[in-house]
Write a protein that binds this ligand. Structure first.
Ligand SMILES: [Zn+2]
Length: 401
């Protein structure tokens, strides 16, 4: 049995504990604490379709459906589970500093207005619900940007990971201001690079998670599936070893991989955008949470075969960890999962690719909803990693020479 302190802490951290009843349909999401002592056990858990959120030495926390919970109970993994009730923290009232979809667009427009020679905005494609997926292109030489080393920063693949939208947006607000103030290092880098920023890959999910005024703890996009459930996990839908490990075939699952690779308009838009910019050498995909720096592979325990590529990823991850204090590791060191953006960008295009799992470190810090107070520190500690990747986009292999 869990201790009373544990239960109270969980109640405090999530504000999601239901004291009344648990619904019996697969619409009800469950939070679980699961026994797991190795990446192998964690991969078994991930293969059931639950979304693993945090990892400790001897347990993980995850969210999943009732069907998945029952299966994990039979496999004797479950220590604690609660039905997730997402009716406590309001957005934006409690977390007004976060950008909803409309205010995100306004913030991006504002950057174009303030820095017309440095910033352009464009739609990279439409979502399931016909929203635009907006990208900023930033360079001191926009006319010749295609001839410069390119880098892409993305956030918001997963709807409830609001800090993954805030962080890249605010870092670029800060860096553009530094440019305007004459910061030599920032000026040189922005003048010499072709920078792409897509803060919200999944604006439908972002809107759905907050539009009722209550967080819904939504992860996926808003595709209507055949069984009348909603959503595909966009970070399991990219076409590299698609559908092999840690990505559920079940539409109800938090990690539903989709009917086929690139079945979703959002992932196709990212694919087409990246493929239209062959100068992109580095990719950084922001997620929350756990304070990790991850690099390929995700779908297999095997390391990157190309020795130079492997060393570049390892060296860069280690270096960036000095600034943000996150833990660097190969993605599958957590558990195996296929179809994510970085396995695809590296595996298909050879782009040096990272996933950051931002703050907080543990579910006790607020999980997906740490509150607006978490924004400033998360932004500050990730400015230097963003600049470092920008600098080395010109020659990523320079870090191992
Ligand atoms: Zn995520």
């Amino acid at each position: 049995m869990p201790s009373k302190a544990f239960l109270l802490l969980s109640l405090f951290a999530f504000g999601m504990l239901s004291s009344t009843h648990a619904e019996s349909t697969d619409d009800q999401l469950y939070w679980m604490k699961l026994k797991a002592h190795s990446k192998f056990e964690r991969s078994v858990i991930a293969d059931t379709g639950v979304a693993i959120e945090t990892i400790a030495d001897d347990f993980v926390t995850a969210t999943g459906t009732q069907t998945e919970l029952r299966r994990l109970e039979k496999m004797n993994f479950v220590e604690v589970s609660f039905p997730v009730q997402t009716d406590t923290k309001d957005f934006p009232a409690g977390d007004g500093a976060f950008h909803d979809e409309a205010r995100l667009k306004a913030a991006m427009d504002e950057l174009v207005r303030k820095y017309p020679t440095l910033v352009r905005i464009s739609s990279v494609g439409k979502t399931v619900e016909d929203r635009d997926i907006w990208a900023l292109r930033i360079s001191g030489n926009l006319a010749k940007a295609e001839q410069l080393p390119g880098i892409i920063y993305m956030g918001g693949h997963h709807a409830r990971e609001h800090l993954s939208v805030e962080t890249p947006l605010r870092i670029w607000e800060i860096l553009l201001e530094r440019y305007a103030q004459g910061d030599e290092r920032v000026r040189t880098l922005i003048d010499g690079r072709d920078i792409h920023l897509i803060p919200a890959v999944n604006p439908d999910g972002l809107a759905y998670d907050v539009e009722s005024g209550r967080y819904r703890s939504w992860r996926k996009n808003r595709t209507q599936n055949d069984n009348n459930t909603y959503g595909v996990d966009l970070n399991r839908n990219y076409d590299y070893a698609w559908g092999t490990t840690g990505a559920s075939p079940s539409p109800s699952s938090e990690t539903f991989r989709g009917k086929s690779a690139f079945s979703e308009p959002e992932t196709r838009a990212i694919r087409d955008y990246v493929e239209a910019h062959e100068n992109i050498t580095v990719l950084l995909s922001f997620h929350t949470y756990s304070q990790l720096i991850l690099y390929p592979w995700g779908h297999t325990y095997t390391s990157i075969a190309n020795d130079a590529d492997r060393r570049v990823h390892e060296t860069m991850a280690r270096t960036m960890a000095q600034w943000n204090g996150y833990t660097p590791m190969q993605s599958s060191g957590l558990y195996t999962a296929s179809g994510d953006a970085t396995d695809w960008s590296y595996g298909v295009h050879g782009i040096i690719s990272f996933t950051f799992e931002l703050d907080p470190g543990r579910w006790g810090g607020g999980g997906f909803y740490p509150g607006a107070g978490a924004i400033p520190a998360t932004v500050q500690k990730n400015i230097e990693p963003v600049l470092y990747l920008l600098e080395h986009a010109a020659n990523p292999y320079g870090v191992i020479q």
